[in-house]
Design a protein around this ligand. Structure first.
Ligand SMILES: [Zn+2]
Length: 246
């Protein structure tokens, strides 16, 4: 039976430690907790890695986090040869914060890219050092220098990033909010919007990922490449740091 894990990262993406209780170990050795700060792979953002610390101080390394039978069930996948905790055991949770913060900065940068390139999104993948967003556009007509300059304007403006919940009805009244072509959000009653700018003046779109709290925290980024992926598809790659000069 699917469990419902309380996803603490949805209300506070900055929690790097927490305490939780083991509710189940699944048949593949995955650990299910009553609550977690470990983000589970979805929406193009990879799941967290980290440690679960037992009362005796021993640690269980977590190699991946994924969703189970439903997206509300979060499974912590131990690295090979780790001892498993018992159901009911209390654990201290500790994510690899350095990696997660890089992913939050990159994921937030992907949102800014969809502001600079307001076209339907056909795919996205966030990684620590290089992220990509694919757009349904026949001809980019964009140079990586121009897109980088516009991204950095949004970063330097240090716009606030926040979430707000809306109803299915509000979303269907505003179809322009949905930018993804392949994955329209499902009707669960409540939809989480990620908003950028005062009163969401820059952007708002449905997203369940983790983001930084203001665009300035993204830091310096640039477009590494704009690739042609088929007749009507362009792939933009975002990287950290200044654009290399050659
Ligand atoms: Zn997002």
């Amino acid at each position: 039976m699917a469990q419902r894990t309380e996803a603490l990262f949805r209300d506070d993406a900055y929690l790097s430690t927490a305490e939780a209780q083991v509710v189940a170990i699944n048949d593949r050795g995955g650990i299910l907790l009553d609550r977690t700060i470990f983000y589970a792979t979805s929406g193009g953002q990879p799941g967290d890695t980290g440690m679960l610390e037992r009362a005796d101080g021993s640690r269980i390394a977590i190699a991946a986090t994924m969703t189970g039978e439903t997206k509300d069930e979060i499974i912590h996948v131990p690295a090979p040869e780790q001892a498993l905790p018992a159901v009911g055991e209390k654990l201290k949770l500790d994510i690899d914060w350095r990696r997660r913060h890089l992913l939050m900065r990159m994921h937030s940068a992907c949102h800014l890219l969809t502001v600079v390139c307001p076209f339907p999104i056909t795919g996205a993948a966030v990684a620590e050092d290089d992220s990509r967003v694919d757009f349904d556009i026949p001809d980019a007509g964009f140079s990586k220098e121009d897109v980088t300059a516009r991204l950095m304007e949004l970063v330097r403006a240090n716009h606030p990033v926040f979430t707000r919940l809306i109803t299915d009805e509000e979303l269907s009244a505003n179809p322009g909010l949905v930018k993804s072509k392949n994955v329209p959000p499902v009707g669960t009653g409540r939809i989480r919007l990620v908003c950028i700018g005062e009163n969401a003046s820059i952007d708002s779109q449905p997203c369940g990922g983790t983001h930084v709290k203001s665009t300035g925290e993204i830091g310096e980024i640039h477009i590494g490449k704009i690739e042609k992926k088929g007749r009507e598809n362009r792939r933009f790659r975002i990287r950290f740091g200044p654009m290399p000069t050659n």
